[in-house]
Design a protein around this ligand. Structure first.
Ligand code: SAM
Length: 223
């Protein structure tokens, strides 16, 4: 029976893949992968020889029809991204929406994502939180930052190494230097670390450091 599986993959440590994810990736007719060259390493590691096809932000609109056609003709497909859970700051949403529109059966497996471990590592309240993904780079950035000012829930942002300092500076400008944040980097990898403190202290810590890896910024809600 046709079905689409949304399958989270490790964000660093390959041991974080689930047994069910491996089984499904072995069984489906086709794996849609954000970057087939990256995913081949993961698949080979687990002896998965299922054919792959690329599905990324530059072709996701174009490929929708043919993917839906495959699913309607009885194929089973899996969607994976380079790391973590598809559709979380990664392609996936469009395809899921199209499946719902076309009454196509789909299932999302639970699994690795960077936002949940970062939230818990922060030690800030995890009772109520919001995920903002990446801040806009230019258009809408100031407005988005302003909208966070009075937010009382814990806020989670994704950031790349080369924009971390700029974002911390912008947060100081908007939220003040004393707002507490937590930065988790390289989760599940050898150099994993979480730094907690006031914005000014965190800026001091990362300033003039060669920044490598992947970062999640968690901001304590306004009290
Ligand atoms: N789909 C992924 C997920 O479920 O977390 C997110 C993909 S998004 C393109 C990549 C961003 O996720 C990075 O810039 C970083 O903010 C965060 N990220 C991914 N892996 C990470 C890791 N091992 N440690 C810290 N942050 C990570």
């Amino acid at each position: 029976m046709s079905k689409l599986y949304i399958i989270p993959t490790p964000i660093g440590n390959l041991k974080d893949i689930t047994i069910r994810a491996i089984e499904i990736l072995k069984e489906v007719d086709l794996i849609l992968a954000e970057d087939t060259r990256k995913s081949i390493k993961l698949l080979s590691h687990f002896d998965i020889i299922t054919p792959m096809s690329s599905y990324h932000q530059h072709n996701e609109h174009k490929k929708l029809d043919s993917i839906i056609h495959k699913l309607k003709s009885g194929k089973t497909l899996a969607l994976i991204s380079d790391a973590g859970t598809p559709s979380i700051s990664d392609p996936g949403f469009l395809l899921v929406r199209e499946c719902v529109k076309n009454k196509i059966n789909f299932e999302t497996l639970p699994g690795p994502t960077a936002l949940i471990p970062s939230l818990i590592n922060s030690s800030f309240s995890s009772e109520r939180f919001i995920f903002e993904g990446f801040l806009p780079i230019k258009k809408g950035r100031v407005k988005r930052l302003d909208s966070l000012k009075d937010e009382t829930r814990t806020i989670i942002l994704y950031e790349s190494p080369h924009k971390l300092i700029k974002t911390i500076n912008d947060l100081i400008h908007t939220l003040g230097s004393k707002r507490r944040i937590s930065v988790s980097r390289e989760l599940t990898k050898i150099y994993e670390e979480t730094i907690r403190g006031e914005l000014a202290e965190i800026l001091d810590y990362f300033n003039n450091k060669k920044l490598k890896g992947e970062f999640v910024i968690v901001i304590e809600g306004n009290k």
